[in-house]
Ligand binder design. Structure first.
Ligand SMILES: Nc1ncnc2c1ncn2[C@@H]1O[C@H](COP(=O)(O)OP(=O)(O)OP(=O)(O)O)[C@@H](O)[C@H]1O
Ligand SMILES: [Mg+2]
Length: 334
């Protein structure tokens, strides 16, 4: 008989809160088909705060739609907060969205009900879910709800705005209240689609700081989609998405005595070995259609096919030449 709590063996990573493998989303209309996600892989650990960046149309909102349970993948796997999202009914996806996910949209008006105050907006979420579900599964009602409203407005740093209507708030204040609404239910995962897209630089900074504080204090796993380069300063990992796939990752870490921040860029290689070469590398060396790979002792070289073929034929020439010369010499010695 086994006793005690089950812990993962040493060296085994705990389940991440977001795990996508080979995720595909195809939009089909009458005569066109758009493959918005083309086999995307993504892993976000529990409690991490990650930014997702990418050009317009690269599939960022599509991905958030799936992760939040609002949309369904066409193929591949997406597991969020321990829930496999494939094959759920609409009702199951809605229940998942309400209980596990906090969502902040770019459009401030989409996040808040205009006829309710900040506090009432937060309370409305708790009323729909029937209390304030705790991460440990316990539920509180009545006065507990009022406490939670105050707590969550405090968490995002706007307790003094509780009785204001959205129209009486600035854009940045609205987004912070939206963050409070998203956090009301103690979600496992917080997803934000361009939360600072409509704000100026200074106000964006305040909203991102609030998100950072929420992430640190509540441990909610956070994924922010953005065009805003300054977001990178607030997160440890920035993942780039290109043509419906994750392509590169920038990991920031503090090192040295002065705690200086260093940023390292990595390319993402998926389970079957695919990776994307940065556009600039492709253009600089004319890498297109086909390339030649060769395994070196500690790296893999990628060369334009033509250049590699020329180099190979030169190598063969070079090999042949000494053999002929050596052959004559050997012949002479024999
Ligand atoms: N409902 C839809 N029907 C058909 N095609 C869609 C639909 N939604 C998105 N697409 C297409 O899927 C691709 C990815 O769109 P998506 O909205 O995910 O991009 P995005 O990275 O969020 O872009 P942006 O930065 O402009 O918000 C685009 O080519 C888009 O035109
Ligand atoms: Mg989008």
């Amino acid at each position: 008989m086994t006793t005690g709590t089950a812990r993962p063996p040493l060296g085994v990573r705990p389940e991440p809160d977001i795990l996508c493998s080979d995720l595909v989303r195809i939009y089909r209309s009458r005569d066109v088909e758009v493959q918005a996600l083309q086999g995307l892989d993504l892993r976000v650990e529990r409690g991490e705060m990650v930014a997702l960046v990418g050009a317009s149309g690269s599939g960022k909102s599509t991905l958030l739609g799936i992760l939040s349970g609002l949309d369904e993948p066409s193929a591949g796997r997406a597991v969020v907060a321990g829930q496999d999202l494939a094959g759920l009914t609409v009702r199951q996806r809605t229940a998942f969205h309400r209980s596990r996910v906090g969502f902040v949209w770019q459009q401030t008006a989409r996040n808040l009900l205009p006829f309710l105050t900040a506090a009432q907006n937060v309370a409305a979420v708790l009323a729909v879910s029937g209390g304030s579900r705790r991460r440990d599964g316990a539920s509180r009602v009545g006065t507990g709800r009022a406490d939670r409203v105050a707590e969550v407005l405090e968490l995002v740093g706007v307790p003094e705005l509780r009785d204001r209507f959205p129209s009486e708030l600035s854009g940045g204040q609205q987004q912070r209240v939206a963050l409070a609404v998203a956090m009301a239910n103690r979600p496992t995962v917080l997803l934000a689609d361009e939360p600072t897209g409509a704000l100026d630089e200074e106000t964006s900074g305040e909203v991102l700081e609030a998100m950072e504080r929420v992430n640190r204090q509540s441990g909610v796993t956070t994924l922010i989609v953005t065009h805003d380069a300054s977001v990178a300063e607030h997160v440890e990992r920035t993942i780039q998405i290109r043509d419906g796939r994750t392509s590169t990752e920038v990991v920031r870490s503090r090192s040295g005595e002065d705690g200086a921040v260093t940023a390292e860029e990595y390319s993402v290689i998926d389970r079957v070995g695919r990776l994307q070469l940065p556009q600039a590398f492709q253009e600089s060396l004319g890498l297109h259609d086909r390339v030649r790979l060769s395994l070196q002792s500690d790296h893999v070289a990628v060369r334009p096919a033509q250049q590699a073929d020329d180099a190979d034929s030169q190598d063969r020439e070079a090999e042949r030449a000494p053999r002929h010369a050596g052959g004559a010499g050997e012949g002479g010695r024999a």
